[in-house]
Design a protein around this ligand. Structure first.
Ligand SMILES: N[C@@H](CCC(=O)N[C@@H](CS)C(=O)NCC(=O)O)C(=O)O
Length: 232
């Protein structure tokens, strides 16, 4: 059967480098459902041209003509559209809990990851994207990328502290989804694989429950994320 699902996925100047946390959440969701899909590498400055400019951000999914943007909405769409395939949520209570994890990760974890690697992200982009990224992010942060990036190790303790809720949860359950991975897992995993693809490593002790869980996530779906390219 021809592949009918297309995922527009952020890329670097090396178009095989895929690092967006939001796109990773969707890639893992598609793999979890066992759906065949192809990714289209998309630079920041190419987003406006995809699917008639339907979204200002990626990921964008085209499922046989149905266009969906926003990573969380895409996961909900996949469960609604393919209810017989493995569930990403299972029931409405999980959707609500997943929204909490999404907002926690985006609001608490991402700013720390930004301080770790915002200039490194710039450096993996193509020249046109670099100019856009520098201008838009320096405006957002009110400082240069060089000032905003204070480093991986300098922020390791802050990241470890911020991950405490996940660490405690993973002391009780193998997965944030309980007995098996759910979209809740892919949300936090997307954040951390972003760091690993750009900066090369997760600055946590090997026996940290989050690091152990992260390794298990890397093995999921035939090692999809373990096989992906890393910039550093
Ligand atoms: N809420 C969106 C956020 C997506 C997002 O911010 N994507 C970034 C790439 S990681 C993007 O496309 N940014 C476009 C830009 O900064 O111009 C989602 O979850 O899909």
């Amino acid at each position: 059967m021809p592949v009918t699902i297309t995922l527009y996925d952020l890329c670097g100047t090396d178009r095989s480098l895929r690092f967006s946390p939001h796109c990773w959440r969707v890639q893992m969701a598609l793999a979890h459902k066992g759906l065949d899909y192809e990714t289209v590498p998309t630079a920041f400055t190419e987003i406006a041209a995809i699917e008639d400019g339907r979204s200002k951000t990626v990921p964008v999914l085209n499922d046989n003509g149905v266009i969906v943007s926003e990573s969380f909405d895409i996961a909900v769409y996949l469960d609604d559209t393919y209810p017989d395939l493995p569930a990403l949520f299972g029931h409405d209570g999980v959707v609500a809990a997943a929204r909490l994890i999404l907002n926690w990760a985006n609001a608490t974890i991402h700013p720390i990851l930004g301080r770790m690697m915002i200039k490194d992200i710039h450096d993996v982009l193509a020249p046109a994207d670099q100019a856009y990224f520098r201008q838009s992010r320096e405006k957002r942060f009110g400082k240069t990328l060089e000032e905003a990036q204070t480093g991986l190790d300098a922020n390791a303790e802050a990241l470890s502290d911020a991950l405490m809720p996940a660490r405690v949860t993973l002391g009780h359950h193998d997965w944030l989804g309980g007995g098996g991975p759910l979209f809740t897992d892919y949300i936090l995993f997307g954040s951390l694989i972003w760091l690993v693809t750009v900066a090369g490593r997760l600055p946590l002790p090997e026996d940290d429950a989050v690091a152990v869980w992260f390794e298990r996530c890397l093995d999921l779906h035939d090692g999809l994320a373990r096989k992906t390219k890393r910039a550093a």
